[in-house]
Design a protein. Structure first.
Lengths: 624, 161
């Protein structure tokens, strides 16, 4: 298992520009070899031990060289998209760079959705694509596609290798660019004649790219301003995003929150940036966030956004987002600052370094919490508007997804498990109900919302973290987008568990059609699904199906105890909706279907505090 | 409004497409664009005029900065920059009226670079307003063809690159 300290050390090494592995200190150094062998030697020099891929004509020389590697374990997926998502899940779970190897043409184009997914969620990948020989590029040769051109908008950077002289430097730069600054996918397109050319292998131990210099340290003046605002705010709120996870800033975040007693809301990418057991963690915010988290944003007077990019799924209607708040925006990517909201204090830097500086400054100032009244008020909102209460059931004889996932959550050891999700209703139920204690243990496609991501990502996560229990929470729609990877799991002995929350519908769109399109269920009903239990059996998996609430407990126990991959098909009502919800384009305090226990635990749809009003008189310091 | 950017980029295949693709996919329109290698053959300079509002322009420059192929961006919109454009006019002109056209060209310090039976081709450089004025004058004779290079620009004096 990779410890957090190791992950931090890896990132530091990355920032210093050093290879992740032995670099020039391998047995390959100085040897004459083919380009293909040099590619494999470069991966070994970077310390890569696992790659995901699929062979083909223009990658055959690279695969031939891979055949001799004793250090690299290759996982053969059943589709290049699956391979890319596996590498992505592997990268998210381990903090390492995920590596993909595919052939030209369709092999390369099949990685596109995977690359876009990684790009939107800032996941470090190196994608190696075979290309037709240099002489025929541009002639519509067999299996030729301009993958560098196709992926240009969705990569952090890409290389079309032109000469074996550039090969090793290109790999060092690719790993460096992918893993530093704001991480992201990097593509290396390698014409197959270069794979066949001879060259002398020298791996660089350093990297120098004058046009790429990420800023890590925050501006001291802005840090000071931020600390001042934080020390004075009466209704402060931290918004933690994926940047906290990427930069391993959880300890610094928790320190800031606890020192000043500031509640924390998390974006989808920021889940578990602060342990769910910490009372200051208010959990998910935004379209399917809790009413209390959304109300906290709306009532707040200072939002400290840490590695978050103000996605429309978080902000709702931007002009009414946090109307009373000043915003401190910390992000390593300068382009995120000012893109959606205009912060009072912008800080470009690595959120770990910046938060440490803010904490240090607050320490020096002797700052003490001044927002306890606000914190306590927000806590009462949490009691008032819970995600779910056990005495509430839309369909008493049917399985409530909230109950299923709460039960699963209680059975998982949060210190030794990873949950991945597909995309849709089940993803939001998982976000709301799965308890997590550590970053990188909740893996989900946030920005791109890629159906078909979660299952292969679970395989990648399990390969990266074999000691953890890895469970994929899927929908019946999403799962069918990459279900072929059941073969990959079986053949490679990857012991993943899949729960299909099966409503025989594309539930999220179905829900929107119910709420906003007069129940016109245009092509969202999946009545003719395959029998998932038989499908799993065909792939050599164990599987079961449940549909009654009484079966949940035993079924989850059996699944978690199973030796080998296991699929649990959980039948829920097709009309089950995810609440609370904010309609697209509405302000985030205008909430549909939140439970209000002060009204006897009914779902209410109202803006703000609604008719029941604020639960108690406003605390001091409200100065609207 | 129109912003004027001078962007120093890696002189490699595909870089032009990275830059222009980024600007268009972020929803902005390029008014004018010139590219050529600089004194350092590894670098090219792009002069881009882009239409955007202030927030949009800030976003474009920040996004361009993120491209690994981009070395440096100078915003020359409000700077005292030297701006030039080159234009070729093919003006309709019968032999009897040639001297009128040539006279106009001379006033603008433009050069006659080709003479045809019924046309004169004139090369002019200068600021956009000067070239616009010439165009207006030539229009009354009839412009058969016109090619403008788009603007190139450089900051004045002390500013290096």
């Amino acid at each position: 298992m990779i410890t957090v300290e190791e992950k931090i050390a890896r990132r530091q090494r990355a920032i210093e520009g050093r290879p992740f592995g032995p670099g020039s200190h391998t047995e390959h150094e100085g040897k004459t070899m083919t380009g293909a062998q040099a590619i494999i030697a470069s991966l070994e020099a970077e310390g890569v031990d696992t790659i995901f891929g699929y062979p083909g004509g223009q990658a055959i020389k690279i695969y031939d060289a891979l055949y001799d590697s004793k250090k690299i374990h290759h996982v053969l997926a059943r589709h290049e998209q699956g391979a890319t998502h596996m590498a992505d899940g592997y990268a998210r779970a381990t903090g390492k760079v995920g590596v993909v190897l595919v052939t030209s043409g369709p092999g390369a184009t099949n990685t596109v959705t995977g690359i876009a997914t990684a790009y939107m969620d800032s996941v470090p990948l190196v994608v190696i694509t075979g290309q037709v020989t240099r002489g025929v590029i541009g002639t519509d040769a067999f299996q030729e596609s301009d993958i560098v051109g196709i992926t240009m908008p969705i990569v952090k950077h890409s290389f079309l290798l032109q000469s074996t002289d550039d090969l090793t430097r290109t790999f060092r730069e690719a790993f460096y660019i992918a893993s530093t600054g704001r991480p992201g996918p990097v593509l290396i397109d390698i014409p197959s004649d270069l794979s066949g050319s001879e060259m002398v292998f020298h791996y660089p131990d350093t990297v120098n790219i004058p046009s790429y210099r990420p800023t890590y340290k925050g501006n001291a003046k802005q840090v000071k301003q931020a600390a001042q605002l934080i020390s004075e705010a009466r209704r402060p709120l931290i918004m933690a995003g994926g940047g906290i996870v990427a930069s391993h800033a959880c300890p610094e975040l928790v320190e800031l929150a606890e020192r000043m007693q500031i509640p924390v809301v998390t974006t989808l990418m920021g889940k578990a940036a602060i342990p769910c057991s910490n009372p200051l963690n208010l959990g998910p915010v935004g379209m399917h966030g809790s009413k209390y988290a959304n109300m906290a944003v709306t009532e707040s007077d200072l939002i400290v956004a840490c590695g978050a990019r103000f996605s429309d799924r978080v902000t709702g209607k931007v002009s009414e987002f946090a109307p009373h708040a000043k915003i401190i925006h910390i992000d390593i990517d300068p382009a995120e600052i000012g893109k959606i909201v205009n912060p009072a204090v912008p800080i470009v830097g690595d959120v770990k370094v910046v938060l440490a500086a803010i904490n240090e400054r607050l320490e020096k100032m002797g700052a003490a919490p001044v927002c306890e009244a606000w914190r306590d008020e927000v806590f009462t909102w949490r009691e008032r508007w819970p995600f779910y209460t056990s005495d509430f059931a839309d369909y008493p004889d049917k399985i409530a997804p909230e109950v299923l996932l709460e039960t699963l959550s209680a059975k998982l050891d949060p210190h030794a498990s990873i949950v991945t999700t597909e995309v849709g209703q089940h993803q939001m139920w998982a976000l709301q109900n799965i308890h997590r204690e550590h970053a990188r243990t909740f893996i989900s496609s946030g920005g791109l919302g890629t159906m078909g991501f979660g299952f292969p990502a679970a395989i990648g996560a399990k390969i990266g973290c074999p000691d953890e229990q890895v469970v994929c929470i899927a929908g019946d729609g999403s799962f069918q987008m990459n279900s072929q990877e059941m073969a990959t799991a079986k053949i490679n002995g990857v012991n993943v568990k899949v729960i299909i929350i099966d409503n025989r519908a594309l539930g999220m769109v179905h829900q929107w059609q119910h709420l906003f399109y007069n129940d016109r269920f245009s092509f969202t009903e999946l009545a003719d699904n395959p029998d998932f239990v038989k499908l799993a059996d065909a792939y050599g998996w164990q599987a079961a199906r449940i549909s009654h609430p009484d079966e949940i407990d035993a079924a989850l126990d059996e699944m978690l105890a199973a030796d080998g991959p296991y699929l649990l098909d959980v039948v829920i009502p097709a009309a089950q909706t995810v609440y609370p919800m904010v309609a697209p384009g509405a302000p985030i305090d205008d909430i549909i279907g939140a439970l209000d226990v002060t009204l006897g635990g009914v779902r209410v749809t109202e803006k703000g505090f609604g008719e029941a009003g604020r639960p108690r008189p406003s605390h001091e310091g409200v100065d609207e | 409004m129109n912003y004027l950017l001078s962007v120093l980029v890696e002189n490699k295949p595909g870089v032009l497409s990275r830059v222009t693709g980024l600007i268009s996919r972020r929803g902005f329109n390029i008014e004018s664009l010139t590219v050529a290698p600089t004194e350092d053959e590894n670098l090219s300079r792009m002069t881009i005029i882009v239409e955007a509002d202030e927030v949009g322009f800030e976003q474009i420059t920040k996004q361009l900065h993120k491209l690994v192929s981009v070395y440096k961006i100078s915003d020359l919109t409000y700077e005292e920059a030297v701006e030039r454009e080159l234009v070729l006019f093919k003006v309709q002109s019968s032999p009897e009226r040639r001297h009128e056209v040539i006279e106009i060209a001379n006033v603008f310090r433009a050069k006659v670079v080709d003479v045809g039976k019924n046309t004169l081709t004139i090369e002019a450089t200068g600021t956009a307003s000067k070239l616009d004025a010439m165009e207006d004058l030539f229009r009354s004779y009839g412009i058969k063809q016109l090619t403008r290079t788009g603007k190139i620009a450089m900051s004045r004096g002390a500013h290096e690159q």
